[in-house]
Design a protein around this ligand. Structure first.
Ligand SMILES: *[C@@H]1O[C@H](CO)[C@@H](O)[C@H](O)[C@H]1NC(C)=O
Ligand SMILES: *[C@@H]1O[C@H](CO)[C@@H](O)[C@H](O)[C@H]1NC(C)=O
Ligand SMILES: [Zn+2]
Length: 389
């Protein structure tokens, strides 16, 4: 993704979105300290050579190549065979020419992994939507893209497994209590988008970038739910679109880019701060990644980073963009590889995102205890532990 530019796109929908955000904000309940202590670390699964989640993604993943297919296989295997929960897989295939590849049609395959409450009618479920792109740059040849975006993909896999059992248990408890589907409880689902074709092949433009997310947003805009549904389209059913990008480099500074989702930024920042105080993060207490919780409405300049959220934002979706400014120094260079990752930062992202999603999904009381010894203060001793997949 490239430069910042002033945001003139979403003025018209701001007013409407503000009401939705306010309603959601009212319903938001922070997790207890006890629940936060149950959020697992990514641990050894983020090892760059042998980590079950991250290592398989640390290889070139140019669309249409074997590396891209292998990364997809890794994701599909994980969600459909490693996780006991019932994650559905939706493929979003498209093709396009690119300025680097002449008349050839390059295939792009974005993946959406989803869990809805088992009783829910699709058009009635609002979904927390977490996204990252898995493709890597076409040039320089051999570019790996560790922060861009292998780490965000692995973080989202960790998020899924960290909330999977609790979602199952919570929904079973709701069904047992007769609460499911009575219209009194908000129907909340979660979906993880692993997007293809984010990168430009030659130089960033509206047509040379965001191949996968443009196709997906268009498809969902045209997909109508039954007229009696709560939501009109799968886009309308996105309660919040959280896009992760360029994560895993040291000392990230994540601005709050959008006034209309600043409330969600504040919740994530609060989760981060609480995890730090509980001694559950590995980076120092003073190195808060999300420190703009103080921002006031008039301090939003309208600048943002062009990335996979744009096709969704243009269609009125609420966006929380978790991307550092300034970009990591390795950005779009051959140094963006596993060896240049800051592992404490990388593992902290995994825990912060898992905690935020557990909180958003109201998993208080349903998170399983961590294996003995794995939830102590992170002082280096516990880092090598491998968690069960
Ligand atoms: C899994 O999800 C699919 C699609 O939503 C649904 O048809 C199926 O009944 C679910 N299976 C279980 C065991 O929940
Ligand atoms: C999408 O493309 C992949 C190959 O990239 C293929 O395996 C899959 O079956 C296709 N899915 C659909 C729904 O077209
Ligand atoms: Zn990039």
């Amino acid at each position: 993704m490239p430069y910042h530019r002033p945001n003139g796109l979403v003025r018209a929908v701001r007013l409407v979105l503000t009401f939705t955000a306010a309603a959601a904000a009212l319903a938001y309940t922070p997790l207890s300290d006890d629940s936060l202590r149950r959020i697992p670390s990514g641990g050894a699964d983020f090892d760059i050579d042998s980590g079950a989640l991250l290592a398989p993604i640390l290889t070139p993943r140019v669309p249409g190549t074997a590396g891209s297919r292998k990364a997809r296989q890794h994701f599909v295997d994980f969600f459909t065979t490693q996780l006991p929960g019932n994650w559905t897989v939706e493929w979003h295939n498209s093709t396009s020419t690119t300025p680097a590849t002449g008349d050839a049609l390059v295939p792009f395959s974005s993946l959406v992994f989803r869990r809805d409450p088992p009783w829910a009618v699709p058009g009635d479920v609002g979904r927390l939507t977490l996204a990252a792109h898995y493709d890597s740059l076409y040039r320089p040849e051999g570019f790996v893209g560790a922060v861009d975006s292998a780490v965000p993909c692995a973080v989202l896999m960790h998020v899924a497994r960290s909330v999977d059992a609790a979602l199952t248990d919570k929904w079973a408890a709701m069904l047992a209590a007769g609460a499911g589907g009575d219209g009194l409880d908000e129907e909340k689902g979660v979906q993880i988008m692993l997007l293809d074709g984010e990168e430009a092949w030659v130089s960033w433009s509206d047509s040379d970038s965001l191949y996968g997310s443009r196709a997906l947003a268009e498809t969902w805009e045209a997909t109508r739910y039954d007229v009696a549904s709560v939501f009109s389209t799968p886009l309308d059913a996105i309660s919040l679109f959280v896009l992760l990008d360029l994560l895993g480099a040291p000392d990230p500074h994540i601005p709050s880019y959008f006034a209309n989702t600043h409330w969600a930024y504040q919740h994530m920042a609060a989760v981060e701060g609480r995890l730090r105080k509980l001694g559950m993060l590995e980076t120092p207490l003073t190195s808060q990644f999300m420190e703009e919780d103080w921002k006031e409405a008039h301090q939003f300049t309208g600048g943002f980073v062009l990335d996979d959220h744009v096709p969704f934002m243009e269609r009125g979706v609420d966006i929380l963009h978790i991307i550092p400014t300034p970009f990591p120094v390795v950005w779009h260079t051959m140094d963006d590889d596993g060896a240049h990752l800051d592992m404490p930062t990388t593992r902290d992202w995994a825990r912060i995102m898992a905690a935020f999603v557990a909180e958003w999904m109201d998993l208080e009381g349903f998170l399983p205890a961590l294996p003995v010894g794995s939830h102590e203060k992170c002082d280096g001793r516990g880092r090598g532990e491998k968690l069960e997949l």
